[in-house]
Design a protein around this ligand. Structure first.
Ligand SMILES: [Fe+2]
Length: 208
């Protein structure tokens, strides 16, 4: 009996077969905003806000990935606590990434997404692929937080001036507050206090 083949191109447009390897023109170019949105925010405002939010997004994605790199590559006596802390901060930064990206989309813009585009955009210094010691890991993370915090304060002020209260609220309540808190947790690890014996013990009471 002759074997039956499913015709991949049956007449008409309906077929049970998947259409693979498709490409087509973009439906919206990066750096543009759709203008028909009932948000009561003018197109120039949404253009400026989405551009600045994309910078913040690229830097936040880079900081997030720096935390994961540090989580994997940490070494030394504080391995376990830093391994856990770095991953906690990674997860929190990942939530911020999603909030910022979705804010850009809801303003009618396009969020930066892929690693190569993020690498071209971020202001955070690229670390080496290899392992670095703990104080260097911590310093890199703090430098990245500082860049983001500086940028967020400017962005928040501009969003307020332009009447984009939603962006102002997001970057202050979520991004700024979270980065300030993480900065505290990381920077306390760079305070040089003794682990076992006090460096300058006070004279005991009654001593001559
Ligand atoms: Fe892990």
């Amino acid at each position: 009996m002759a074997k039956k083949h499913i015709d991949p191109k049956p007449t008409g447009n309906i077929s049970a077969q998947p259409r693979l390897h498709q490409r087509a023109r973009e439906i919206q170019a990066y750096g543009t905003v759709s203008y028909l949105l009932p948000l009561e925010l003018e197109e120039p405002v949404r253009l400026e806000m989405t551009e600045q939010l994309n910078q913040l997004l690229a830097d936040t994605m880079t900081l997030r990935d720096l935390y994961k790199k540090s989580h994997w590559q940490v070494a030394g006596p504080t391995f376990y606590q830093l391994h856990l802390l770095y991953d906690k901060h990674y997860e929190e930064q990942d939530e911020l990434v999603d909030s910022i990206a979705e804010r850009i989309q809801l303003l009618g813009g396009i969020s930066i997404a892929m690693a190569a585009d993020v690498a071209e955009t971020t202001q955070i210094e690229r670390p080496p692929r290899g392992r670095e010691e703990v104080p260097v890991q911590l310093s890199r993370l703090l430098d990245a937080h500082q860049i983001i915090i500086r940028q967020v304060r400017k962005l928040a002020q501009r969003a307020s001036e332009l009447g984009d209260d939603g962006t102002n609220d997001l970057v202050v309540s979520e991004v700024l507050r979270r980065n300030e808190l993480q900065t505290w947790f990381v920077s306390e690890h760079l305070v040089n206090v003794p682990l076992v014996e006090a460096k300058e013990p006070r004279a005991t009471a009654g001593a001559a």
